[in-house]
Design a protein around this ligand. Structure first.
Ligand code: PMV
Length: 340
């Protein structure tokens, strides 16, 4: 028997069936949206139950993408997916694989334009998958830098908090260009209810509205931004000590500042007041606002379930309940050197 031939066939079979799958998470900003753009601290967490998968498999010819928005050759992708296309082209070029043949399939549970970091999570999953497929090591710093290529096209002037959270396995404390660290999280008995207002958030509009007001109306705007930073710093202490009532109070304070900045909406305001009436410890919009999602903190699963029902009755189109049971600090470091 020709064993060489069998070994060759086996390696060819592996090559022909080569497939990788990478994932990333939806993100929720607990504290510090908008103020994070101006150097204030923010706290955000990955939603373990809402994720994106990017799968790459070998194809006999061409480069194609299959996703909920597009089906076909990557070269023909339309302008509304320019960020994703630019990212893929950039990485292929950088890795010297511009003429490789493959099919990429993106499966996402994250609703788009709802402040849950859909585009950032997609960029992270794509970057991880491409590096993994071509067997090139990828550290966290490089991962975040690559993903930002897509975010800059899709969002204009991102602080980087979305990509930092979508790629994290833990809640993070984030200061633009300065800190991106795992945060001690002692809230195992609490739950977060997330509700979709059913209206698309408008990140670029909301960010530029505040940028304009920082120039034209800085006497009113800057103190609100600074105060959001102060709230995030107080919230960090309360999260470390597990003080749910304090965190809830800070969420209501934060909502008031975001409302005063002009990025809440009547629907988001209504969902926040519904949460208060239904016994939430705190509630606020999350992400850019002008639509998108809101979040509410509860101290029991029963209250969380009741609240989710109330929020849907009040007009939320979708709700999620995320327990904080698995968010505790466990001493593990983010794996900086391996593609995950
Ligand atoms: O993309 P969104 O809606 O999750 O908002 C991102 C958070 C902002 O602080 C509003 C902008 C940023 O880049 O930090």
């Amino acid at each position: 028997m020709n064993y060489d031939k069998i070994v060759l066939f086996e390696s060819e079979r592996i090559k022909l069936t080569k497939k990788v799958i990478s994932k990333s998470y939806a993100k929720i900003i607990l504290f510090g949206e908008h103020s994070v753009v101006y150097g204030q601290p923010a706290i955000a967490l990955p939603l373990y139950s809402v994720d994106v998968h990017a799968e790459i498999s070998l194809e006999p010819s061409g480069q194609t993408l299959s996703s909920r928005y597009y089906e076909g050759p990557i070269a023909d992708m339309s302008n509304n997916l320019l960020g994703v296309k630019t990212l893929i082209d950039h990485i292929l070029n950088e890795l010297g694989k511009s003429s490789a043949n493959f099919k990429m399939t993106i499966t996402s549970q994250i609703p788009s334009e709802r402040g849950m970091g859909s585009s950032a999570a997609t960029a992270i999953a794509i970057t991880r998958a491409l590096y993994q497929y071509f067997d090139v090591p990828l550290n966290r710093e490089k991962l975040l830098k690559e993903a930002l290529i897509e975010e800059k096209i899709t969002h204009g002037n991102p602080s980087g908090i979305d990509t930092a959270t979508a790629s994290s396995h833990f809640p993070i404390w984030f200061i633009k260009h300065k800190e991106n660290a795992q945060i001690t999280f002692n809230l195992a008995d609490y739950n977060l209810v997330i509700a979709d207002s059913g209206i698309k958030g408008k990140t670029a509009d909301a960010v530029s509205l505040i940028a304009r007001n920082m120039v034209d109306d800085s006497d009113n705007t800057k103190p609100l931004i600074d105060d959001l930073g102060r709230i995030a710093t107080e919230a960090k202490r309360a999260i470390i000590t597990g003080d749910g009532s304090k965190i809830g109070d800070l969420m209501y304070q934060s909502q008031q500042r975001l409302h005063d900045l002009g990025v809440s909406t009547p629907t988001l305001d209504k969902l926040v007041s519904t949460s208060k009436k239904a016994g939430a410890l705190g509630a606020k919009l999350t992400g850019s606002g002008l639509g998108g999602c809101m979040i509410a903190l509860t101290d029991s699963t029963t209250t969380a379930q009741r609240l989710a029902t109330e929020l849907r009755k009040a007009g939320a189109t979708q709700t999620w309940i995320q327990s904080f049971k698995n968010y505790g600090f466990n001493g593990e470091k983010q794996n900086d050197n391996v593609v995950q």
